[in-house]
Write a protein that binds this ligand. Structure first.
Ligand code: ADP
Ligand code: ADP
Length: 226
């Protein structure tokens, strides 16, 4: 069962295409790592799969349905209802406490505040964040903030978690802790994960790796690496 799929996706920001015919499919419950050098189009491909960017040509499908031709309102509804996101620097809302940040996707989905906070709370014990519920992002370490961001990405039980360099700002040990938690939590929930990283040791947590080169996605082979 294919959950997200790109078919011959082309996208240019200027004269040079960032994606020039990218094909990719991710199965249900699969954890896929998108690797490749800086500027090769990894984030652009992730943004296309997640309905954030619309390709110039080609198609993007989610759960058997074409999504690239939907309007912005429908795509943003899809992102809110079905997708979770984790970014490089956590990007927590600084004015909110850690537990309010985790509860945010639920609040945006119309869950009452008390109920949303109640659903957010177990994530703190689960991710080793006990006692940090009331902290703001400025009072958290990088690893703690990224675990809060992970909880926020998963709290609404998304069908797909999109993670763009989720450990990019962390040291090796902390990034291994975050990846362990990401993979364990996603497997427990059966969440499909699309992960962008340029770090081989992070990609090693995935079930499968693809390499983006010159705006196309390639299976991980000796030829693709050389
Ligand atoms: P990666 O994630 O592999 O580092 P990106 O997908 O971010 O690569 O970028 C691919 C190419 O597209 C790069 O040349 C980058 O500079 C360019 N690019 C990405 N986003 C934009 C944008 N919003 N405006 C203009 N150029 C962009
Ligand atoms: P990443 O590749 O990890 O997403 P970047 O620093 O490359 O991080 O990009 C951060 C943001 O800037 C993204 O939203 C991307 O689309 C945009 N961006 C990247 N390259 C360019 C560019 N050349 N011109 C304008 N925006 C860009």
């Amino acid at each position: 069962e294919i959950v997200v799929e790109a078919r011959d996706v082309v996208l240019s920001f200027g004269p040079t295409p960032a994606l020039r015919g990218a094909d990719l499919s991710v199965g249900a419950g699969e954890i896929l790592a998108i690797m490749g050098p800086s500027g090769s189009g990894k984030s652009t491909l992730l943004h296309c799969l997640a309905g954030i960017l619309v390709p110039d040509s080609g198609e993007v499908h989610f759960d058997g349905r074409r999504i690239d031709n939907l309007g912005e309102t429908e795509r943003s509804g899809l992102r809110r209802d079905r997708f979770g996101f984790v970014f490089q620097f956590g990007q927590l809302v600084p004015e909110l406490t850690a537990e309010e940040n985790v509860a945010l996707p639920l609040l945006l989905n119309g869950v009452r505040r008390a109920k949303a906070l109640e659903q957010a709370r177990p994530w703190f014990a689960r991710l080793g964040l006990d006692g940090l519920e009331g902290r703001r992002s400025g009072e958290l370490s990088g690893g703690q903030a990224q675990r809060v961001a992970l909880a926020r990405g998963l709290v609404a039980r998304p069908r797909v978690l999109f993670a763009d360099e989720p450990t990019g700002a962390l040291d090796t040990l902390t990034s291994e802790q975050v990846m362990d938690l990401l993979v364990d939590s996603a497997r427990e929930q059966g969440t499909t994960v699309v992960l962008v990283t340029h770090e081989p040791r992070v990609a090693a947590y995935a079930d499968r790796e693809v390499i983006v080169r010159d705006g196309k996605a390639h299976a991980l082979t000796a030829e693709a690496i050389s």
